[in-house]
Design a binder for this molecule. Structure first.
Ligand SMILES: C[S@@+](CC[C@H](N)C(=O)[O-])C[C@H]1O[C@@H](n2cnc3c(N)ncnc32)[C@H](O)[C@@H]1O
Length: 259
């Protein structure tokens, strides 16, 4: 599926049920996420990430400027706004950005904008902190790798980049079963009223390639954790695991520094 058609899918999902498209807990389908519980899930996820950064002694050099890539309606962007002087949330979907702007509780600190190319609209070494979660997994190859390289360009020396991405497809199924499972997702989405099919694809990138891309961008991977981000019931309740326990995609969180 092409980069452009994935972008159109997100616009369709944003119009239909934006919060459920972001956190796909089955019981929240049909616009059932409440604003408060949804944004609390963002504060919780960011607090878990920052506890890890403290443990790894990988906190960013300062609390100036942060980027939330693929911000959706601002669940994590607003949480970062409690830590950083200024935060940019960017997303490919104009409807996500319109909703994020409408829900923005701190417009002096947190700003949202649309971007639909792999070149991000900021000068080099802009950001003290860059975060992205449950976004890169849905972007096709090679664009997801181009974004990771772009994060390296945007990170300032002493800055910290944290990103989640699946590193392995561990489904033990045949090609025919994979096709059938895609058809089932189509059917489920059309049952909830998405007439035109809006697909959420999953695209893993091998760990070795991530290390190579980061190195080429002048950055170092200083930590790695397996996470529950790819579980259907993730719901923002981030957990780290010694080994991936997922049955479908091994989800990894990379902690990267630029010296
Ligand atoms: C599952 S949601 C996650 C939203 C947010 N990160 C969160 O966890 O609350 C994925 C988001 O990525 C956005 N997205 C998909 N492809 C993108 C791209 N190429 N550039 C920027 N955002 C993108 C989608 O529009 C959607 O808002």
């Amino acid at each position: 599926m092409s980069f452009q058609s994935v972008n159109q899918d997100w616009e369709g999902l944003a119009k239909h049920d934006a919060m459920w498209a972001i956190l796909t807990s089955p019981e929240k389908q049909g616009n059932k996420w409440g604003n408060e519980e949804f944004f609390e899930a963002g504060r919780y996820e960011i607090s878990v990430v920052f506890d890890l950064l403290k443990e790894l002694k990988a906190l960013p050099v300062d609390n100036e400027l942060a980027l939330d890539f693929g911000c959706g309606v601002g669940r994590l962007t607003q949480a970062l706004g409690k830590i950083f002087r200024s935060v940019h949330g960017i997303d490919v979907s104009p409807t996500m950005i319109a909703k994020a702007t409408a829900l923005n509780a701190a417009p002096d600190t947190v700003q949202f904008r649309v971007n639909d190319t792999t070149v991000l609209p900021f000068p080099p070494s802009s950001f003290s902190f860059i975060y992205t979660s449950i976004v890169l997994q849905h972007i096709p190859y090679p664009q997801q790798v181009e974004y990771i390289a772009e994060f390296g360009r945007l990170l300032k020396p002493g800055g910290t980049l944290v990103f989640q991405i699946p590193t392995k497809d561990i489904r033990q199924i045949s090609l025919l079963q994979r096709i059938k499972s895609t058809v089932r997702i189509r059917e489920r989405l059309s049952k909830i009223g998405i007439g035109t099919f809006h697909h959420m694809q999953m695209n893993p990138v091998p760990e070795a390639e991530i290390h190579a891309v980061m190195k080429a961008a002048g950055c170092t991977v200083v930590g790695h954790r397996y996470t529950n981000h790819t579980d259907v019931g993730f719901g923002g309740r981030l957990r780290f695991m010694e080994r991936s326990q997922s049955k479908d995609y091994e989800s990894s969180l990379f902690i990267v520094r630029k010296s």
